[in-house]
Each structure stands twice: as structure tokens, then as C-alpha cells.
Ligand binder design. Structure first.
Ligand code: SME
Length: 150
């Protein structure tokens, strides 16, 4: 499935389904790319990231991450996308799955406020391209709008 088609589908899901919209969007992203081995949405609340809807073969132990800790907490602090081509050389990395080789974290923000983030783990090294970054930042903007209106 192409990014443009997926973007349109996720936009439709989010506008039709208030509460199940995020889970269904995560499920669709998971199915759309065989290199996306685990996808989770973290929501910012009280200086922590709280795990929300996710999809993947295994659950993560990291369901509550302090802002500033790990790759996830760094992205939540700076508001910048983190595209980690090799998780094993990043000192901030908090390990979730032994199979993970690369990871992308895209902040979900609205009017400069960080509401949460999209976190994707891949078992393939350097799995995330510039196109993935642009695509996932578009999806994050749509999720920001959705979360704000919940
Ligand atoms: N690896 C992340 C923690 C979340 S798990 O990948 C689901 C990090 O370094 O913050």
C-alpha cells in the first residue's frame, strides 16, 4: 500500500471513529509494512509517556517512560523525530525486544505542545527511509488533531 493511499485511509478512520480510531490506525500501519514489527502510541501525561494503543507480536515492559529517558523520552523532550538506524550504538536506547535493530520515534504535537508520539521498532537495521519520516510525520499531525478533539 502506498503512503498516499494509507494517509487517506487513516484520515477517514480518524474522522469516523473517535475512540477506536487510534487503535485502528495503528493496526493499519502495522499491516501496511512488513518492516514495522512493533508500533505503539505513547501519550504524554504528568511528565511521563504512557503506552496507549499498540500492535505487534509481543507486549513491551516499557508502558510508562519518564520524559527525557530513552529514545522515546528524548523525542518527547525535544519534539524532534528520532530515526535510529542501529539501536545498539545509541546510548539512550531502552531495550524492549531482542530482535529490534532500528527504531523511529515521531512526536505528535499541536501548537508546539507535545501530546505523544508514534514509536516503531523494526528487526531490520536502518529500516526507516526519508519517505517513512515524511509519511509518519503526516500521520502524527493527523493524530494530534484527533487526540486534541477527543
Ligand atoms: N526503545 C524505546 C522504548 C520503547 S520500546 O521500543 C517499545 C526507547 O529507547 O525509548
Amino acid at each position: 500500500m502506498h503512503h498516499q493511499e494509507l494517509t487517506t485511509m487513516i484520515q477517514a478512520i480518524l474522522s469516523e471513529k473517535k475512540h477506536k480510531g487510534i487503535q485502528e490506525s495503528v493496526d493499519l500501519l502495522y499491516q501496511s509494512n512488513e518492516q514495522y514489527h512493533w508500533i505503539g502510541i505513547y501519550i504524554v501525561k504528568d511528565a511521563f509517556l504512557h503506552l496507549g494503543p499498540w500492535q505487534g507480536k509481543q507486549a513491551t515492559e516499557h508502558t510508562k517512560i519518564p520524559i527525557g529517558t530513552g529514545v522515546c523520552g528524548s523525542a518527547a523532550k525535544t519534539g524532534k523525530t528520532e530515526n535510529i538506524s542501529n539501536v545498539h550504538v545509541d546510548k539512550r536506547y531502552l531495550s524492549c525486544f531482542v530482535s529490534t535493530r532500528s527504531e523511529i520515534v515521531v512526536p505528535i504535537k499541536k501548537d508546539g505542545i507535545i501530546l505523544g508520539e508514534i514509536d516503531i521498532d523494526s528487526n531490520k537495521p536502518d529500516a526507516f527511509t526519508k519517505e517513512d519520516v515524511i509519511f509518519l510525520e503526516t500521520i502524527a499531525d493527523m493524530l494530534a488533531e484527533h487526540i486534541r478533539n477527543l
